[in-house]
Design a protein around this ligand. Structure first.
Ligand SMILES: NC(=O)c1ccc[n+]([C@@H]2O[C@H](COP(=O)([O-])OP(=O)(O)OC[C@H]3O[C@@H](n4cnc5c(N)ncnc54)[C@H](O)[C@@H]3O)[C@@H](O)[C@H]2O)c1
Length: 339
């Protein structure tokens, strides 16, 4: 066992949204970090000591990724927003199961100390999420199973497989279920973006006095967790020794319409919403129950939605403005450092 300052860590999915932030934080804490992904980060170079451009659907790629490391943060996944994951069940499920099966076996063979798997609130049964006024979801409720088609089934299976490696092979595992992570340096267009980023993009591009399109009737509910809290929670969970699934999200439930209103308020624009009922909107209601999170980590996410969404809006507006696509007014806190 090495102390945190000289532990060697691999972050898979380091070219993606959460992985990129995680690499930054681990570097600031003094870890030696290897990033692994099929692509580099979209908006700025990675802070990783070493960045492997590899396809983790292949066992050889996974073996290279985990070689010589103490800790594995396995974030790599084929994923996107609701439009993408509901239109790509076959390949997305195949890709993710290959990545997760091979990452576990490669980690076992390499004798890594600790292995963290990033799962999702999509593992929870749809029959518990039919009402916008949803009861927050507790970890023990994932089974009996009825998760989201494709993406959710694969996440639930990979959680199970991770637990089997713990029980039968002694791998020291962590399993985290994210609830809607958002923040700067996330994809905001192209089909893989999620609701907060898509809404920030639409509001940035809208002319003051105009309207934006919202998927569904906007009365579906969710909670949203800022990426800084997410990364903080991930590092705490890795150090916790807790080997069972744990929610990582906030309990600040809002309707999608309220999320849109927060973005509009951050923008200083006067915009109306046009609801498109033909578009997918996912389960009707979903919220995180954080009782176990607080018991295990003595901590929970702190960022209020409005604060987190304002800085996310600033960042997306700024990115679009570089391409001449953002419409004024310029967000007030545009100079705020994100970290
Ligand atoms: N963002 C969320 O709200 C959220 C919610 C629930 C779960 N998760 C999970 O958290 C993890 C990170 O999510 P994210 O939001 O950063 O997603 P992301 O799409 O930004 O990052 C995932 C990364 O995995 C990489 N990847 C995909 N296939 C790969 C392959 N074959 N080989 C190597 N790399 C590959 C992608 O290139 C991408 O950079 C994922 O496992 C995701 O399922 C995220």
């Amino acid at each position: 066992m090495t102390s945190n300052n000289n532990r060697r860590v691999v972050v898979t999915g380091a070219g993606g949204f959460i992985g990129h932030h995680l690499v930054k934080s681990l570097k600031l804490l003094g870890y030696w970090v290897r990033g692994a992904d099929i692509k580099v980060p979209d908006f700025e170079p990675s802070d990783a000591d070493e960045f492997l451009l590899i396809d983790l659907r292949h066992f050889e790629g996974c073996s290279r990724a985990v070689e010589g490391v103490d800790d594995v943060y396995n974030l790599a996944a084929d994923m996107g927003g609701i439009g993408y994951i509901t239109a790509n069940h076959a390949f997305l499920t195949r890709n993710n199961s290959l990545i997760n099966n091979h990452m576990l076996e490669a980690s076992r063979l390499a004798g890594v100390d600790r292995y963290l798997y990033t799962s999702s609130a999509c593992v929870y049964p749809s029959f518990l999420q039919n009402d916008a006024d949803v009861t927050p979801l507790r970890e023990g409720q994932a089974i009996p199973a009825d998760p989201e088609k494709g993406y959710g089934w694969e996440k639930l299976f990979a959680e199970q497989l991770t637990s089997y490696y713990h029980e039968e092979c002694g791998l020291d595992v962590r399993i985290v279920r994210f609830h809607n992570i958002y923040g700067p340096w996330g994809t905001f267009e192209g089909g893989k973006e999620k609701a907060p980023a898509a809404i920030c993009r639409k509001v940035s591009e809208a002319v003051n006095g105009g309207s934006i399109e919202v998927w569904g009737d906007g009365e579906q509910t969710r909670s949203f967790c800022h990426v800084d809290d997410c990364v903080d929670g991930l590092i705490r969970l890795m150090d916790s020794g807790y080997t069972h699934p744990l929610n990582l999200g906030t309990e600040e439930i809002v309707t999608v319409n309220q999320l849109v209103e927060s973005v509009i308020k951050s923008s200083g624009k006067d915009l109306s919403m046009v609801h498109d009922l033909t578009k997918p909107q996912g389960v009707r209601g979903r919220n995180s129950d954080n009782q176990l999170l607080v018991e295990v980590l003595g901590w929970e996410p702190k960022t209020r939605l409005y604060d987190g969404i304002s800085s996310t809006y600033e960042w997306i507006w700024n990115e679009l403005s570089k391409q001449g696509r953002a419409k004024g007014p310029k967000p007030l806190r545009i100079e705020t450092p994100y970290r």
